[in-house]
Design a protein around this ligand. Structure first.
Ligand SMILES: *[C@@H]1O[C@H](CO)[C@@H](O)[C@H](O)[C@H]1NC(C)=O
Length: 533
């Protein structure tokens, strides 16, 4: 039973990777860093070709998470190669994403075990069902956002905080120390917003007596000892400062410090758009947690431990609300915490000795909430899959012209941002020959050029003798005399609710019900080929 629940978490994580393999611009910094590490290597000649040297972002990000994921993915890729599963660079992207999805799934499985031990098997079952029925974590846990690299650290730490066997037993100092060490590392190196979350956990631990001043001294001593052992007198900050200074070629550079300086101290986060103060509570939380959010108050009322968890989560959301710019991913760490509270709340609904009409109704409410979650997730996932026109466009181009030498394709901004990652440049170097990823026949001698030059005026594409193909954002981007549209890529264009429900059900039976909500498609990208004149 327990094993099946873990398997379910992994299966859901992998399914989301496989049904939506393409990636968006938010994921590209880490994804491209891993691409460059695996395919160019970190020697100086390779370093010059790194994507971040060509396309700068607003603030520097840390390479440390990418290095760790690249290192792990390398082993998985070798295994996949031994099983002859790798055929193109694009398969490597899937390997990287499956690796990350597995790490995050493992974090959730550990958490689930802790929940089972502390709150019982029924709560752990409900925690699993709630988690996999939601959209955001399952869909994103295999996507290389810095937040998704930080999430497993938070989940492992939370596991250590929670899993102290019987309810009465006090957490051992070693566990406590490891939990704090993991979160400190994640805060300093990967995502600085983990710091306030750790602070709130620490306050809770002080409040319930798990942490005292003498224990804190022990924990700090442990941190210092580990820091000596792992980084040999270099220290955690030095680790990220020196690695990132090396990759960014700028000394000294501590990305998460720059991020606080830039976003909080200089208030630049507002440049990305400001949301009202209560946005996290009013908008993002219901979207992240969906229908099962309604059980949180019942969990809160039933158990003191749940109360302290919920208080930390709510405190964190409150603190993060002071930053003008808000995104769901900045606060995604509270989702597992609040799901534990929901699961405990739903458990009180289900666990009832007497089978009365009222208790049966309560059971139905829990099942109904899970079904609502899952239905909304199916719709959101379908819409999201259709939201990567750039990935689809580049795949089609690669396939269609597989036998054509010397293709030089211009890739429009929308395509570059919606899936056209470096891993889809399957007809151009670099190749990972040691992993058996070789150039397709013709492009070995006549490699393609995938040109992502931004803000190029249409005339410069149309009358530039360099380009042979283009992926453009409108049908009349290029003059019809010289260029021919060979393919059109559709994308998500909204939902349509069918009014003729009765007719549908009459014609298709129960299947008709599934078609009531229909996805509208819109033309998003046009693939052009230059005419031979
Ligand atoms: C990409 O296009 C731009 C603009 O035409 C051109 O200057 C650049 O040389 C091209 N890149 C490659 C690698 O040919």
């Amino acid at each position: 039973m327990s094993f099946l629940l873990d398997l379910l978490i992994f299966a859901v994580a992998w399914t989301h990777v496989l049904i939506a393999p393409y990636t968006k611009v938010e994921e590209s910094f880490n994804l491209h860093a891993i691409h460059d590490l695996l395919l160019h290597g970190s020697r100086p000649e390779g370093l010059q070709k790194f994507d971040h040297k060509v396309f700068f972002g607003a603030v520097p990000r840390s390479f440390v998470g990418s290095i760790a994921l690249a290192w792990l993915s390398n082993y998985v890729a070798r295994l996949a190669n031994d099983l002859s599963l790798l055929t193109s660079k694009f398969d490597l992207q899937i390997v990287i994403r499956l690796t990350l999805a597995s790490i995050n799934a493992l974090g959730l499985c550990f958490l689930r075990h802790a929940v089972a031990r502390r709150f019982g098997r029924l709560t752990s079952l409900l925690f699993t069902l709630i988690t996999v029925s939601q959209f955001h974590i399952p869909f994103w846990m295999g996507r290389t956002l810095p937040n998704m690299l930080a999430l497993p650290f938070v989940n492992f730490a939370l596991y250590l905080f929670l899993d102290s066997g019987s309810r009465a037993a006090r957490m051992s100092t070693t566990r406590l120390s490891w939990a704090i060490a993991l979160m400190t590392f994640a805060a300093v190196v990967i995502r600085v917003e983990i710091a306030p979350l750790l602070g709130l956990f620490a306050i809770q631990l002080f409040a319930d007596g798990s942490l005292s001043v003498t224990r804190l001294v022990k924990v700090l001593r442990f941190l210092c000892a580990t820091y000596h052992m792992v980084f040999m007198h270099a220290g955690r900050i030095a680790l990220t400062v020196s690695i990132d200074s090396f990759f960014w070629d700028h000394w000294p550079l501590w990305p998460e410090f720059s991020s606080v300086y830039f976003n909080v101290y200089e208030g630049k986060s507002a440049d990305w758009g400001v949301s009202p103060f209560w946005t996290y509570f009013a908008t993002f939380l219901p979207r992240l947690l969906m229908a099962t959010e309604v059980f949180i108050p019942f969990g809160f009322a039933s158990n003191a431990h749940i109360r302290s968890l919920v208080e930390s989560a709510v405190g964190f959301l409150f603190l993060m609300s002071f930053l003008g710019h808000k995104e769901w991913r900045f606060v995604v760490y509270v989702v597992p915490i609040l799901n534990i509270a929901s699961a405990q709340g739903a458990q009180t609904f289900i666990r009832q000795r007497k089978k009365t009409l009222f208790s049966r109704l309560k059971f139905l409410v829990v099942v109904g909430a899970l079904v609502l979650n899952a239905s909304a997730t199916v719709l959101l996932t379908r819409a999201s899959i259709a939201n990567y026109p750039g990935g689809h466009a580049l795949s089609r181009l690669n396939e269609r012209y597989a036998e054509t030498p010397h293709v030089h394709v211009h890739i429009a901004n929308l395509a570059a941002q919606s899936g056209a990652s470096l891993f889809l440049q399957t007809h151009a170097p670099p190749y990972a020959s040691r992993l058996g990823i070789l150039p397709p026949a013709i492009s070995a001698t006549h490699p393609w050029i995938y040109n992502k030059t931004e803000n190029l005026p249409p005339v410069d594409i149309a009358y530039n003798s360099l380009f042979t193909h283009a992926i453009a954002e409108s049908r009349d981007a290029l003059p019809a005399g010289r260029w021919e549209v060979v393919d059109v890529i559709d994308g998500f264009g909204g939902w349509k609710v069918r009014k003729d429900v009765l007719r549908l059900v009459n014609k298709k039976g129960l299947e008709g019900l599934l078609r009531i909500i229909e996805m509208k498609k819109e033309n998003k990208l046009w693939i052009f080929e230059k005419r031979v004149v």
